[in-house]
Write a new protein. Structure first.
Length: 246
């Protein structure tokens, strides 16, 4: 990557929640930011430096085409990739859990991550190194059996993250995972269709005697900070903000 080249970040699941907040933080830090999602993000699409791409990340060829369609990426490569896209099915008692639910969750969570890794690994190398940052979950430890489908997919993502840390180490690419714990998004708060302000979060946390519930913005700042680790920085690590024992 030549001096003065653009810093480009790619964020999956950027239509809302954590992904949208991560994209916004990257924009504020001067990155050209490519957001990938099935629904798109019309609000961020109005921002200078944001490139919106609608794509079904479960399809490897569609992901490759979406990334390759950005001229800035072809010229400068990519410095940071955040693998945030995900799906959490409703809890089901383990003895009643159909395999189809598990398989669909794997496809939505693990295949999307692998597809994006494969579409961007060469672009990270082109930019003289960068980072892959996975958004994980403490549930991957399996302590809630009714959430097995989601937990197992997140455990597979942890393995993928560590495989990436070994595979791309010589290319100057670090690979790490953030486990943010509960975040105020539609995935964790049923019926939420907007942003929960800090005052409401404080009230919720005080009521439950905990500060585990966080805003997407707070989590996004952690994720971007880890995504900016240097090529000789930590890799293959889980950064746990959930307060659950790893």
């Amino acid at each position: 990557m030549t001096e003065g080249a653009l810093r480009i970040a790619v964020v999956s699941g950027a239509s809302s929640g954590i992904g949208a907040a991560v994209a916004e933080v990257f924009l504020e830090r001067g990155y050209t930011t490519v957001g990938l999602s099935r629904r798109g993000n019309p609000d961020l699409a109005q921002r200078s430096g944001y490139i919106d791409r609608t794509a079904d990340l479960r399809d490897a060829e569609i992901v490759r085409q979406a990334v390759a369609s950005v001229p800035e990426v072809a010229e400068h490569g990519v410095k940071a990739v955040v693998l945030n896209a995900g799906y959490s099915p409703d809890p089901v008692d383990l003895p009643k859990l159909p395999w189809e639910t598990v398989a669909d969750t794997y496809t939505t969570n693990v295949a999307t991550a692998l597809n994006l890794v494969q579409a961007t690994c060469g672009l990270l190398k082109q930019a003289d190194g960068g980072s892959l940052t996975f958004v994980g979950a403490s549930l991957a430890n399996g302590y809630k059996p009714e959430r097995f489908a989601y937990a197992a997919s997140k455990a597979a993502m942890t393995t993928l993250m560590r495989a990436c840390s070994a595979e791309f180490a010589d290319d100057g690419v670090v690979s790490n995972e953030v486990r943010p714990g509960p975040v105020a998004t539609a995935m964790t708060m049923t019926g939420l269709d907007g942003t929960v302000n800090e005052q409401i979060l404080r009230a919720i946390n005080q009521g439950f005697g905990t500060d585990w519930l966080k805003s997407p913005r707070t989590v996004a700042e952690w994720i971007v900070a880890i995504a900016e680790f240097p090529s000789n920085g930590p890799t293959g690590q889980i950064f746990n903000y959930s307060r659950k024992v790893l």
